[in-house]
Design a protein around this ligand. Structure first.
Ligand code: ATP
Length: 274
């Protein structure tokens, strides 16, 4: 499949997922696959049916994980269990199987905790993979780098002929963007976070955020060093910021692309890997 086609397929899936978040679809299915994305800023559950089509989903902004580390273990279990039960009620079925993801490189440190949270919430865990590699289950990039800019970290998965040849991750993500905005606008963090997420404000805040975006770009350049990366494919909630792709493309010198809605690509990819 060409990369353009893969992008179109990704956009179609994400659009379908956005619909089922609002209104779940009760299709009969012999099995359901759940992707659990326990993020620094946001916890997302994505449910697919036996044909790997989205049927339900939910997301909550929460403070249970920081940079891939579970900082509120009990809170994380409670939240995932609540979201699981809410989706089970809507779908009138039990959700048994889940896959989860962690930022690259944090498996030795905290992969166990993420796994325990998902199991503690009542799932049988079938896969644990890194976030950008999960995103590529949807993007299906053959050559290039998938860059996941989440709330706390920027992770990269470098692909050659469809194979992951390196993964890397470094702190700096959307939380840092909100901190910059809070400082510049003299707003509490929570208000800066909401202001930042509103698409109407993106044009105005882009110049304020340019230095921190350039910092992310320099992280990407470092991560890509020594590899022949011909294209960057942006995913993760932070990439919803309009214009971020232009600044990253210019600073790294690598052609940079992003799907229509980069926010839900990783959770869908996790569910696809279940
Ligand atoms: P991590 O992967 O680092 O653990 P995460 O999984 O919580 O974090 P995502 O859910 O991919 O990360 O993205 C969350 C980030 O995306 C937050 O910082 C949030 O403010 C930002 N974000 C979400 N929507 C928008 C938007 N419309 N505009 C700008 N930023 C956004």
């Amino acid at each position: 499949m060409s990369e353009e086609l893969a992008f179109a397929e990704c956009d179609r899936l994400v659009r379908e997922f956005e619909q089922v978040i609002k209104k779940p679809v009760k299709r009969s299915s012999s099995i359901y696959y759940t992707g659990v994305d326990l993020g620094t800023a946001c916890v997302v559950l994505a449910v697919l049916d036996e044909n790997r089509r989205p049927v339900a989903g939910a997301y909550r902004y929460a403070d249970v994980v920081r940079d891939g580390m579970v900082v509120d273990y009990i809170g994380a279990i409670r939240l995932v269990r609540e979201m699981k039960e809410e989706l089970e009620k809507k779908l009138e079925t039990e959700l048994l199987y889940a896959a989860a993801a962690i930022p690259p490189g944090t498996d030795a440190l905290d992969g166990g905790a993420i796994k325990n949270v998902v199991q503690g919430a009542g799932f049988e865990i079938t896969a644990l993979l890194d976030e950008p590699t999960a995103a590529n289950q949807i993007l299906k990039i053959q050559n290039g780098a998938v860059v996941d800019i989440g709330g706390g970290t920027t992770g990269i998965s470098i692909l050659e002929n469809g194979q992951v040849i390196n993964v890397d991750d470094e702190a700096t993500g959307g939380t840092h963007f909100s901190l910059v905005l809070a400082g510049a606008y003299k707003l509490p963090f929570s208000e800066a976070e909401i202001y930042k997420r509103d698409k109407k404000n993106h044009k105005e805040i882009l110049p304020v955020l340019k230095p921190v975006i350039e910092k992310v770009a320099s992280i990407i350049s470092r991560q890509a060093e020594g590899y022949n990366v011909q294209g960057l494919y942006l995913v993760g909630g932070t990439c919803c910021l309009a214009g971020i792709e232009d600044i990253i493309g210019k600073k790294t010198g690598i052609p940079t692309y992003k799907p229509e809605n980069p926010m839900f690509v990783t959770p869908l990819g996790i569910a696809m890997s279940c």
